[in-house]
Design a protein around this ligand. Structure first.
Ligand code: SF4
Ligand code: SF4
Length: 397
């Protein structure tokens, strides 16, 4: 039996419950089902209910009993078939695609080709046209393999974990990270054979799949001994989870702990440098209105180190915008947006509407999943507001 007090604190903060209004979508509701029916009673309805969670961690942050709700839900998902529940085949295929993340580069090429092909045929405001802009080929974009071969400054070598999306879909983020750190005489060494961080497998309850990716990353990252810089918030949270992932295997757990101890998030790393660049020339000029979207993995994770907002506030040419009620989830939730596209879109669109009312010029964040969700949300709203990774905004100053 869980130690849930049924206090309801988790319901108030749950983005899924606030959208669907279904008690079974709260942490309390799911724990109650586990306590009263148990997994032996699982049916498609049961699987559907347990898939309706973003694993955002908001409930855990307020739970007075400190229940590790994400762990309970992932353990429950572990007992379900990969092919049960809503949009199960799409979720399975997405996870398998991430086992071969290099294939994402092919999607980028296809998206760029598609955009060029349709550019003359689609009207300016077309939603499809905007969606294809997800793969927009920027003049600054340099392919990852080209970047790896660029000469690096003499300086401290950092091992870099950019995450699959940055590496294969958004190489301009890589260029910005490299350029930011070059100012401080760091060089970035990004190993060739990094796997997906394993978050998608873990969230789906495929713990063995997550461990497989984890073992590959640990073996690869052990080749270095300095800091491991992570520029995606979700990958950062997952790499920090590795010791827990290998709790049943002492040998691997020790190796996971050594790697996790070296993992550092981009904004935290920049903050430690202690001399973040400020744009002195911008005083008196029109400020860029920037909305910083806090990724849930940074907001509610145990290793909350997010310094992005403070860094943006220190740039004189930027005005940081905040929602009156504080930060909110964007509804992406990894494969949640595949399993529950309607709920995901409603969470996203409500947030986009409120943020657009602040009249931003730019929306920025550090999670690749959130970046894609914002791009789609703004496109759906017909907005031209730019979506950039934090490194790109900081680089521009
Ligand atoms: S993790 Fe987030 S979406 Fe899931 S039950 Fe908790 S608050 Fe709701
Ligand atoms: S906040 Fe914790 S104790 Fe309270 S209902 Fe939710 S899970 Fe139970």
């Amino acid at each position: 039996m869980s130690s849930c007090a049924k206090c309801g604190a988790c319901s108030v903060v749950c983005p899924v419950f606030r959208t669907s209004g279904r008690e079974s979508h709260t942490a309390r509701g799911k724990l109650h089902l586990l306590d009263t029916l148990g997994l032996a009673e699982s049916s498609n309805v049961f699987v559907d209910i347990f898939s309706a969670c973003l694993l955002c961690g908001a409930c855990m942050a307020v739970c007075p009993r400190h229940i590790d709700i994400s762990k309970e839900l992932v353990a429950a998902r572990n007992s379900f078939s990969s092919f049960a529940g809503p949009h199960a085949y799409e979720k399975y295929l997405t996870r398998k695609l991430l086992d071969y993340p290099g294939s994402l580069a092919g999607f980028r090429v296809l998206g760029r080709a598609g955009e060029k092909l349709l550019a003359d045929r689609l009207p300016e405001g077309s939603g499809l046209r905007r969606r294809l802009a997800l793969f927009k080929d920027d003049a600054l974009a340099v392919s990852f393999s080209e970047q790896r071969t660029q000469s690096v400054a003499d300086g401290t070598r950092l091992t870099w974990f950019p995450g699959c999306a940055s590496r294969y879909l958004f190489p301009d983020i890589l260029a910005s990270c490299r350029s930011l750190l070059a100012n401080y005489s760091f060089s970035l060494d990004c190993p060739d054979d990094l796997a997906c961080c394993g978050l998608a497998d873990w969230a789906a309850g495929d713990l063995e799949g997550a461990r497989k990716n984890g073992r590959k990353n640990i073996e690869t990252l052990e080749a270095g001994n300095g800091p491991i810089l992570v520029s995606c918030a979700s990958c950062f949270a997952q790499l920090k989870k590795y010791p827990d992932l290998f709790a049943d295997n002492k040998k691997w757990q020790v190796r996971a702990e050594q790697v996790a101890a070296r993992v550092v998030e981009l904004s935290d790393f920049l903050e430690d440098l202690g001399k973040y660049k400020q744009n002195k020339d911008a005083a008196g000029t029109k400020k860029t209105r920037v909305f910083y979207h806090d990724p849930c993995h940074m907001r509610h994770g145990s290793a909350t180190v997010d310094k992005a907002r403070e860094q943006l506030q220190r740039i004189t040419g930027i005005e940081v915008l905040d929602l009156p009620g504080g930060p909110r989830c964007c509804g992406q939730g990894g494969l949640f947006h595949v399993a529950h596209p309607e709920i995901s879109a409603r969470i996203r669109d409500e947030l986009v509407k409120d943020v657009l009312a602040l009249k931003p010029d730019v929306v920025t964040t550090t999670c690749s999943g959130c970046l894609m969700q914002w791009q789609q949300g703004l496109a759906a709203a017909g907005s031209e507001v730019q979506v950039l990774h934090l490194a790109q905004v900081l680089e521009r100053g």
